[in-house]
Write a protein that binds this ligand. Structure first.
Ligand SMILES: CC(C)(COP(=O)(O)OP(=O)(O)OC[C@H]1O[C@@H](n2cnc3c(N)ncnc32)[C@H](O)[C@@H]1OP(=O)(O)O)[C@@H](O)C(=O)NCCC(=O)NCCS
Length: 206
């Protein structure tokens, strides 16, 4: 398995990346924004993405986006092809994209929003902390990316203050968290998810 900083030669993988994201969103049923092949293609070309390849087979992908004049960068679109899941690949991709973000944008705060326990755990291990959306970028272009998520109505209803996703932030200036303290657990995550779902989704269906 190779982890590569993507370039123009990887544009041929844009379609399968987009399809894998769409399929995973259907299976999971919540909280993944769709990405068109054209959108993915741009991210493959600009030197800000990591692609994992098994020979020439697509295995995984993640990209960096820059917001608020480089004050923030987001590590977004993490996807591992179902054939390669549960083998630690997402963890490696996340680590590589995090390192790339730190190398290219050393002063930027790094953030992500997620509904997934796997991603929360990985972010936590890299030094991210859970934060409210008010601590993330206010760049409207970032939030526009949520338009294709099925929970977008929740985000607009709360005036972008909260949603099913949890915001997580790595601040290069902040003190590191004590290891193991506050580590996200399955139980804690399930509870947070169910609180958010009863707050946002049931109200919505009334
Ligand atoms: C989420 C995803 C990227 C994980 O990829 P993966 O390669 O299977 O993950 P890894 O094997 O590297 O696992 C990393 C950690 O997450 C945990 N994990 C993986 N899948 C999980 C799941 N579905 N639920 C809870 N935890 C999970 C692993 O146990 C591991 O934790 P550990 O370090 O405590 O052992 C992959 O399932 C995927 O592409 N899903 C669809 C897209 C998606 O949900 N993207 C995130 C958008 S917010």
């Amino acid at each position: 398995m190779k982890l590569i900083i993507a370039n123009k030669s990887h544009v041929k993988y844009a379609q399968i990346i987009s399809d894998t994201i769409t399929e995973s969103a259907k299976v999971r049923g919540t909280g993944i924004a769709k990405r068109t092949p054209e959108y993915i293609q741009k991210r493959l070309e600009n030197g800000n993405a990591v692609i994992a390849l098994d020979g020439d087979k697509f295995a995984g992908f993640c990209y960096i986006e820059v917001w608020g004049h480089e004050k923030f960068v987001a590590n977004s679109g993490l996807i591992v092809h179902p054939d390669y899941r549960n083998q630690g690949l997402a963890k490696k991709i996340k680590k590589r994209i995090f390192e790339l973000s730190r190398e290219k944008f050393p002063n930027a705060k790094i953030f992500g929003i997620t509904t997934g326990l796997a991603v929360m755990k990985m972010n936590y291990e890299l030094g991210y902390k859970p934060v409210t959306f008010s601590e993330l970028t206010d760049d409207p272009e970032f939030w526009k990316g949520c338009q294709t998520c099925k929970n977008f109505d929740v985000l607009t209803r709360t005036e972008r203050k909260m949603c099913l996703c949890t915001g997580m932030l790595y601040d290069p200036q902040a003190k590191p968290l004590p290891k193991e303290k506050n580590r996200p657990t399955k139980k804690g995550f399930e509870r947070l998810k169910s609180i958010k779902e009863s707050l946002f989704l049931k109200k919505n269906s009334k």
